[in-house]
Design a binder for this molecule. Structure first.
Ligand SMILES: [Zn+2]
Length: 286
């Protein structure tokens, strides 16, 4: 395949995934390294760069740019991932990666990249406007409108997890009450039921689906969107009963006459963030 290739990085709290991705969004090479759980900010960067070099070996001549995804808010030049303690206070990831890799580099929130990836070659391929949502330990979201990722003042537009779905409900880590994340994230379900979300009973799965559908109906109504792709271990693990409940709640929550919101499971699995990172990198490189 001709055309520019990208080095894609997906930096998480437990592992760093790196991949070389071609213009057709196929993964040509990959490497995974554990994220150090202690050490300095530079130790974490070292693990990221090591994974990048492993994946990029033999592809140096074709790489045009690097894209990297990281959890949490992007504060100016700095990433602030809650689940990577050494970087929590802010780490200038973009500049440091560019310096270490010698490639033009773009950094974005991991949920934004999930949406871009599913939009490029996953369940939302060919869609101009859709919601991407990830339900795992926490809940994240992103909106693609008219083919463009919605960013907002701090790059965190689409934070679906902090829509209120239960007025006066459970205390959320963000300080508010009754947020979707406080009621139906993997962490919340474990707190409420005393069991990991994998062991949730059918009533819990249905309840989680209903709240998710309610939140999605709100978002779809605000932004005139008729398609949503849902990923993450909790949503995909709950499977069809969750999607059926969420779909019904979403339709019930939309105004009469609005285009009905269609919910589909993500298709790229853990590679969505990598593909999205490549999409973003190649968009900036060309
Ligand atoms: Zn919240």
């Amino acid at each position: 395949v001709s055309g520019p290739w990208a080095l894609a990085l997906d930096i998480g709290g437990t592992k760093v995934a790196a991949a070389v991705i071609g213009p057709d969004y196929a993964i040509a090479s990959r490497a995974v390294h554990p994220t150090p759980t202690s050490g300095s900010p530079d130790d974490i960067l070292g693990a990221v760069v090591a994974a990048a070099h492993d994946a990029a070996a033999g592809f140096d001549d074709v790489l045009a740019a690097c894209g990297a995804g990281c959890p949490g808010r992007i504060d100016g030049e700095r990433v602030t991932p809650i689940n990577i303690p050494a970087w929590r206070g802010g780490f200038p990831l973009q500049g440091r990666l560019e310096e270490a890799l010698g490639l033009p580099t773009v950094v974005d929130n991991d949920c934004n990249l999930f949406a871009l990836g599913e939009g490029a070659s996953g369940a939302a391929a060919g869609r101009e406007s859709f919601i991407g949502a990830v339900i795992s330990t926490g809940i994240g979201g992103a909106f693609v409108i008219d083919g463009r990722l919605l960013r907002g003042a701090t790059g965190s537009a689409g934070e679906l997890g902090h829509i209120c779905v239960v007025p006066g409900g459970r205390q959320c880590g963000c300080g508010a009450r009754g947020c979707l994340e406080a009621e139906t994230s993997g962490r919340a379900i474990e707190t409420i039921t005393g069991r990991p979300s994998e062991d949730a009973d059918p009533a819990t799965v249905m309840w989680a689906g209903q709240l998710m559908g309610r939140a999605l109906a709100t978002a779809a109504t605000l932004l005139d969107i008729d398609f949503a792709v849902l990923g993450g271990s909790v949503a995909l693990g709950f499977g069809q009963p969750f999607f059926t409940a969420a779909q019904a709640a979403a339709r019930a929550g939309q105004p009469v006459g609005a285009p009905p919101l269609t919910l589909v499971p993500a298709r790229l699995g853990p590679d969505a963030g990598l593909v999205g990172a490549a999409v973003l990198a190649l968009k900036q490189a060309v």
